[in-house]
Design a protein around this ligand. Structure first.
Ligand code: PGA
Length: 248
């Protein structure tokens, strides 16, 4: 199975305005020098359409989608709606949504499946809280979360996994490299157990306080296929060096 390119995705969360298309354009211009990297930006849904026209090789994604194709779901957006606006994929199961919106593993699996049905990609997030890390059972907890969130049709041509320890998101704290390596190896084993050969081709991104200073070390860890980047993706000055740090 051919190795997929490194995948570096920025999650803007609830940040940014139309004027920030200038940031996207700066990122897109710089990304041209790194054609071997799959680069993405997930702006707020209101910016997807405006950004898609200026993204160059940067793939525009959404931060969530509804599991249903249409219906009485006030305030929600379906995968096909996001696709029509210009999104090629969406993040599902981010820990902020699992915590703030009470999304369950089953919800996350259904959302991923909805994206696949619409012909889109998915980045499926998993990760442990600080209490779970301190309990010594983080690997068992996160692999179980992945197993329960993973749609049966998952394969690397449309789905990636992002390991994001909740305590590392937006905190400046990052697990030691050995802990990232151990978690990614365990997630790979779970993917192979659930999906067989197809599980070997799913990229596993690391997310949580990735920045230009730590990206090279993190991206060199075995089975780290890229990064999901929050704060550092809001400015070209901090996101472009992370793209540049991605190994070939
Ligand atoms: P951070 O966010 O890079 O700001 O820690 C990562 C994420 O939540 O995806």
């Amino acid at each position: 199975m051919a190795k997929l390119p490194s995948y570096i995705v920025g999650n803007w969360k609830m940040n940014g305005s139309a004027a920030d298309v200038a940031v996207l354009q700066a990122i897109a211009q710089a990304a041209e020098a790194h054609p071997h990297v799959d680069t993405g930006i997930c702006p707020p849904a209101t910016l997807i359409a405006g950004f898609a026209a200026h993204a160059g090789q940067v793939q525009i994604g959404a931060q969530d989608c509804h599991a249903k194709a249409s219906g009485a779901h006030t305030g929600n957006l379906s995968a096909a709606m996001l696709q029509e606006a210009g999104a090629a994929y969406a993040i599902v199961g981010h820990s902020e949504r699992r915590a703030d919106q009470g999304e369950t593993d089953a919800d996350v699996a259904a959302k991923a499946e909805a994206l696949h049905t619409a012909g889109m990609g998915a980045i499926l997030c998993v990760g442990e809280t600080l209490e779970e890390r301190d309990s010594g059972h983080a690997i068992a907890i996160v692999t179980a979360q992945l197993a329960a969130s993973l749609p049966a049709s998952a394969s690397g041509d449309w789905l990636s996994v992002a390991y994001e320890p909740v305590w590392a998101i937006g905190t400046g704290r990052v697990p030691v490299s050995d802990d990232i390596a151990a978690m990614h190896a365990a997630l790979r084993a779970t993917l192979v157990e659930k999906l067989g050969e197809a599980g070997k081709g799913v990229r596993i991104l690391y997310g949580g306080s990735v920045n230009p200073g730590n990206a090279t070390e993190i991206l060199a860890i075995p089975d780290v296929g890229g990064a999901l980047v929050g704060g550092a993706s809001l400015k070209a000055e901090t996101f472009v060096p992370i793209i540049a740090a991605a190994p070939r």
